[in-house]
Design a protein around this ligand. Structure first.
Ligand code: CP
Ligand code: NVA
Length: 313
């Protein structure tokens, strides 16, 4: 059992399974597990903006009976007049867990190396494991079984895509990824997940034709074309990604039962049309809601080490 969530691989197949089981339980009992960790305290550091992650983690902390403390990275001295290691050592004396959204994956890993409390990656340029947990919860809620599903990811081979790739590797579904040439996901992450798929089932497919990826898919996933930190590339990317919009025509290539997923925030009219976002196949609001349950499960498991959820009521 891991102490940290640095990438989805930190949890592994069993850890993901236990988190999902706990999250479903928390959802069933109405999202409230008020006395699970009374007196706990979590720190949330945000070097990038956030709506869902910040609010769902604060709500999750409150749901478990803990105090959440949200800090902007530039309110701390970390990286300017204090080392990352010393910040990790000090914060470990006050807190039960540390959640961080930042640019470099290496910063989250450095914090985790020196912290004596769980460190949770709330998005870096390379990974978004908390999102992937809510995504697979939403898929399982819809289809009951993850193994054997075909999920299409259309757009940029980015942080969200990387965490979904790792999810596919552990949970045995097929992820068919379609990006413009030059925007493919990290080949090392693809290769590692491909090897896991050979054991667990499913597979990772790469291509450049969105229709080919979506054909027969049970779910179609997309994300913004220019992620946080890539704002200067927005116009150039809008040109390059123009053929990668998830619209009703593209959704029509998917299986009749297919659902649409998006981590949000969505840029309506770019990577997805209003018709798809607001249409009957869209599950994006459930997906966002499921962040609250998966994060509660994650915090509980990492802080208490109890994999069975005995204090969850
Ligand atoms: N999906 C997600 O992480 O949203 P926020 O950027 O609003 O946290
Ligand atoms: N890829 C997006 C995800 C936002 C939740 C970004 O990093 O901005």
């Amino acid at each position: 059992m891991t102490d940290n969530l640095l990438t989805l691989d930190s949890l592994g197949r069993d850890g993901i399974r236990r988190t999902l089981d706990m999250a479903f339980h928390i959802k069933k009992v109405g999202g409230m597990t008020r006395n699970a960790i009374p007196g706990g305290r979590i720190g949330l550091i945000f070097d990038k903006p956030s709506t869902r992650t910040r609010v769902s983690f604060e709500a999750a902390a409150w749901g478990l009976g803990m105090l959440p403390m949200t800090l902007r990275g530039d309110e701390l001295q970390m990286g300017s007049s204090e080392s990352v290691a010393d910040t990790a050592r000090v914060l470990s004396r006050y807190l039960s867990a540390l959640v961080i959204r930042t640019f470099k994956q290496s910063l989250v890993e450095e914090l985790a190396r020196y912290a004596t409390i769980p460190v949770i990656n709330a998005l870096t340029d390379d990974h978004h494991p908390c999102q992937a947990l809510a995504d697979v919860m939403t898929l399982e809620e819809e289809f009951k079984e993850l193994a054997g599903l075909r999920v299409a990811f259309v757009g940029d081979g980015n942080n969200v895509c990387h965490s979904l790739i790792q999810a596919a590797g552990h949970l045995g579904f097929t992820l068919a990824i379609s990006t413009p040439p030059g925007y493919e996901p990290n080949p090392e992450i693809v290769a590692a997940a491909g090897a896991s798929c050979r054991v667990n089932g499913g597979g990772i497919e790469l291509g450049h034709d969105p229709k080919a990826a979506v054909r027969g898919a049970d779910a179609v996933y997309t994300d913004i074309w220019a992620s946080m930190g890539q704002e200067k590339e927005r116009e150039e990317r809008a040109r390059i990604f123009a053929g990668y919009c998830v619209d009703a025509d593209l959704m029509a290539q998917a299986a009749p039962r297919a659902i649409f997923l998006h981590c949000l925030p969505a840029h309506r009219g770019s990577e997805v049309t209003d018709e798809v976002m607001d249409g009957p196949q869209s599950r994006v609001w459930d997906e966002a809601e499921n962040r609250w349950y998966t994060e509660q499960a994650l915090l509980y498991m990492l802080i208490t080490g109890d994999e069975r959820g005995e204090r969850l009521g």
